[in-house]
Design a protein around this ligand. Structure first.
Ligand code: FAD
Length: 350
């Protein structure tokens, strides 16, 4: 399915906003779609799939009902196929940051990229929270983050043309960005704790080729100190035993140590929380705030199991109540996809 990605920084209106495009957010689009409810999905990641694609894309899952074995990426691909008839809109690489009610009592969600989406209901399917980059323990790193010289993700490559870049890490992101930046930067220094990498062998060979050509400098050690007045100027590297220290001139530091999950701004949405999970009832999966639901790993109710199949069930029940809020004048009829020609029409089945 080709994702319908909308422009950032604009205003949109829809029936339902789904925060989180993990497996449960994606399946919610299907259940809502069967009830004629249109959705916009927001996710901080640049691809849908949540934990399935970010943490275990190739590992098999064995407990999806009716599917004996499927990988994390495979399940995401199938869910995307399943929701394609409902043509959901995606706002990716954006953090759902604040939520408030307008004068018409509709919900307005604002992202960190200033996208504003107005809707009648909000479904939080934020899993373990938003994925955020792991920060290295360097004493004054915040100063240079604020000045914009420490980057955890890269958008405009032009910014790095002819610059000196120092990348740390040994996984796919560190190696991929080393290889992308080597041809355009003045110099890329890759710093890693050992001369072995977790990245794809292809990327490692490419990096070694750039090193042989003098475009990449590989240093074994770790970053200890950042220096510079109003900008980053020098990074101090220490060898693993601590016996050698040396300074490297650089314009940017790019640490790539993977991602961790944090509840993030949702904690400030005014919802009742229990140990960083959102309290819901187990009939409608609604929070303490009317028209805001929470489904999947992010919610808590007695007997909750953090399984994909539980989230799918929650999405189905949540949708029934969302329908009542969105179409108060309509009667909700229970139908099977097997026998209802009306549902089959919505799914594009001839
Ligand atoms: P997630 O998959 O966590 O997706 C939530 C999404 O919300 C993320 O993409 C996140 O970026 C986004 N998000 C959060 N906050 C924000 C915000 N403020 N703004 C924007 N985006 C936001 N379950 C099973 O049933 N069977 C298994 O075999 C199984 N194996 C697993 C193996 C591993 C290694 C792991 C880690 C988990 C496994 N699970 C398994 C658990 C399963 O992956 C989760 O139950 C499932 O991913 C929950 O889906 P979700 O959509 O609720 O949340």
């Amino acid at each position: 399915m080709k994702l319908k990605k909308l422009d950032q920084g604009k205003e949109y209106t829809t029936d339902a906003i789904v925060i989180g495009a993990g497996p449960i957010g994606l399946f919610a689009v299907f259940e809502l779609g069967l009830l004629d409810i249109k959705t916009h999905l927001v996710d901080i990641l640049d691809n849908p799939g949540g934990q399935c694609t970010e943490l275990y894309p190739e590992k098999p899952i064995y407990d999806i009902p009716g599917i004996p074995k499927i990988s994390g990426q495979g399940l995401t691909d199938e869910l995307l196929k399943q929701i394609a008839p409902f043509d959901p809109s995606f706002h990716l690489s954006q953090m759902a940051e604040s939520l408030f009610q307008n004068e018409n009592k509709e919900w307005v969600l604002e992202t960190n990229e200033k996208t504003k989406i107005t809707s009648k209901v909000v479904i939080i399917a934020a899993g373990g929270g938003s994925f955020v980059p792991k920060k290295p323990p360097i004493p004054n790193i915040e100063k240079y983050e604020q000045l914009g010289f420490v980057k955890y993700s890269l958008k405009k490559l032009d910014e790095y043309k002819n610059k000196n870049i120092l990348i740390t890490g040994g996984g796919d992101s560190a190696l991929d960005w080393t290889n992308i930046l080597a041809p355009i930067a003045n110099k890329v220094t890759l710093v890693h704790r050992r001369d072995e990498f977790r990245a794809a062998p292809d990327s490692v060979s490419k990096m070694h080729k750039f090193r042989d050509e003098g475009k990449v400098d590989l240093k074994i050690g770790q970053v200890k100190e950042l220096n510079g007045e109003n900008k980053l100027e020098e990074v101090q590297i220490e060898s693993i035993g601590g016996e050698n220290k040396y300074d490297i001139k650089t314009d940017y530091l790019m640490p790539f140590f993977g991602l961790t999950m944090k509840l993030g701004p949702i904690a400030n949405f005014g919802l009742n929380l229990e140990r960083n999970l959102i309290n819901v009832d187990s009939e409608k999966f609604e929070t303490n705030v009317k028209k805001i639901f929470a489904i999947g790993d992010i919610n808590f109710y007695p007997g909750k199991l953090k399984l994909i199949l539980s989230g799918f069930h929650e999405a189905a029940l949540m949708s029934q109540q969302a329908f009542k809020y969105i179409f108060p004048e309509k009667k909700l009829r229970f139908q099977y996809t097997t026998t209802s020609s009306s549902l089959q029409n919505k799914l594009g089945i001839k």
